[in-house]
Ligand binder design. Structure first.
Ligand code: NAD
Ligand code: UDX
Length: 463
């Protein structure tokens, strides 16, 4: 049966990137055998079960359509390396927490371990594709490790960064703005590149498949994330100015975004960006700039993160001001914990520092989120020691009952459909609502009786 496949693809790393990307490839390319391996047995078991390890709209249907046909999940890393023609590396590359570059540089230990394992288990030539986000020139290190020792197997390393966003991963992968492939400009490098183009051409229009040299491809991924995050920090910095001048940040964003050179996307002010990528990748960019002694460039990008942290700080200070500067013993309902809607992911979610600050003020927090309560529980474990109290509620009405304030942190659409009259009646008075994502109808909430504090615009407060 296996012999009938045109090529065997392996993906090392069954996380947010590896799982969904391979599910899409397996659906689009039935003639390819796609196997996803991981060292994490529990994760692989979940991929093989009806309860997948990550929540992503459309993912389950796609996995169930092809699992066991041409999509497989396994922990047998070595055996699948041996049979693969093309190996995608989608392992995690977190910020280093120790030693040289701690807090900034990418921790490449998982990449290196993977490279060594590929080398040890390969007896046929292979294409190795960097799917993880990596510092520029990582392919050089990868090539060196893969070709070290006496092995005569040849590896061609390509860079093919992933641009999908969580919550829309399937849509982003099935209809990408672009697919980027970096390769060496050698006959074998170009042949490997063409092999990857052939794969993506099964469903991506050819003009959307961009090719560059390896280093441009690696760097473009860091730069794309830095530019996106920079837009958010830009509008968030203006939100601060709006709050002190009675301008409205959404009106400003609309006026500015109408300029076709600027464009309307990614100009939503809020409590700041979260997720596993933006902070990590900008820190990595800063580290690279410092490494090459480009200190002015490093300081420039560092500010994107400084404004993001400032945004949380401002939000908390605004809450405190409206609560007569004390939250001691007051119930505060936190609506949304995931770093964005349609995902259960809470990595670097702004809700984490916000809750930490509220607990330090000795508030009683009740957190509600449609998909992230379990993660929230883990993220906040032990933080009651700061002085506050912590509880979780699947039901937003229960979360809000008896609260002095609601803090909306994640713009889940479920929060649009709630009966806010009922919520208002169940709260302590005066009841405040802080809309950290400008998600709700502020005038309607004010008319119900709430004191409403949108982000980047004047508060609507009953005297
Ligand atoms: P993740 O932590 O969800 O998954 C990585 C997986 O790799 C883990 O399950 C881990 O067990 C596995 N792994 C680590 N070392 C291994 C090894 N030696 N052998 C086998 N498996 C191993 O990470 P993720 O969010 O999928 O991100 C992966 C990469 O993709 C990162 O570089 C990230 O920056 C990048 N990226 C992430 C996103 C995103 O939205 N999450 C988007 C684009 C790019
Ligand atoms: C991001 C990139 O968009 C994606 O291309 C890359 O591959 C991985 O990193 P992701 O982090 O999954 O994707 O989600 P994204 O939609 O970019 O949102 C990131 C954060 O920015 C969220 O916390 C979101 O709430 C915030 N955001 C986004 C804003 O605050 N304002 C906006 O206008 C847009």
């Amino acid at each position: 049966m296996a012999e009938t496949f045109y090529r065997k693809i392996l993906c090392i790393g069954a996380g947010y990137v590896g799982g969904p990307t391979m599910a899409v490839i397996a659906n689009q390319c039935p003639e390819y055998k796609v196997t996803v391996v991981d060292v994490n047995q529990a994760r692989i078991d979940a991929w093989n079960s009806s309860s997948l390890p990550i929540y992503e709209p459309g993912l389950k249907e796609r996995v169930e359509r092809v699992r066991g046909r041409n999509l497989f999940f396994s922990t047998a890393v070595d055996e699948h390396i041996a049979e693969a023609d093309i190996i995608f590396v989608a392992v995690n590359t977190p910020t280093k927490t120790f030693g040289e570059g701690a807090g900034k540089a990418a921790d490449l230990q998982f990449l290196e371990k993977t490279a060594r394992r590929i080398k040890e288990n390969s007896t046929t030539d292979k294409i190795v594709v960097e799917k993880s986000t990596l510092p520029v020139r990582s392919a050089e290190a990868l090539t060196t490790i893969l070709h070290s020792g006496r092995n005569s197997v040849r590896f061609e390393v390509l860079s093919n960064p992933e641009f999908m966003a969580e919550g829309t991963a399937i849509q982003d992968m099935e209809h990408p703005d672009r697919v980027l492939i970096g390769s060496m400009d050698t006959p074998t490098g170009l042949a490997a590149r063409d092999e990857l183009i052939r794969l993506y051409s099964k469903w991506v229009p050819r003009e959307r498949i961009i090719t560059t040299n390896l280093w441009s491809s690696e760097l473009s991924k860091l730069v794309a994330n830095a530019f996106l995050a920079q837009r958010i920090s830009s509008i968030n910095s203006i939100a601060a100015l709006c709050e002190t001048t009675e301008a409205d940040v959404q009106e400003v964003a609309r006026a500015v975004g109408k300029d076709s050179r600027i464009g309307p996307k990614f100009l939503n002010a809020g409590v700041g960006f979260g997720g596993s990528c933006f902070r990590k990748d900008i820190l990595n960019l800063v580290y690279l700039c410092e490494h090459f002694q480009l200190n002015e460039v490093a300081r420039f990008w560092e500010q994107v993160i400084a404004i993001n942290d400032y945004q949380v700080d401002r939000f908390i200070r605004r809450v405190l001001r409206s609560q007569f500067t004390t939250l001691v013993g007051k119930k505060v309902a936190v609506f949304g914990f995931a770093f964005k809607p349609d995902t259960g992911d809470t990595r670097d979610a702004p809700a984490i520092p916000i809750c930490r600050r509220l607990l330090a003020e000795k508030a009683h927090l009740t957190i509600t989120d449609p998909h992230a309560i379990d993660s929230a529980r883990r993220d906040l474990e032990g933080l009651e020691g700061l002085g506050g109290q912590l509880s979780f509620a699947a039901d937003p009405y229960e979360a809000a009952r008896g609260a002095h304030a609601i803090l909306l942190i994640t713009e889940w659409k479920q929060f649009l459909d709630l009966d806010y009259e009922k919520i208002f009646d169940s709260m302590e008075q005066p009841a405040s609502l802080f809309d950290g994502r400008n998600h709700l109808d502020h005038q309607a909430l004010f008319d119900i009786g709430f004191n409403v504090h949108p982000l980047g615009k004047p508060s609507l407060v009953h005297i």
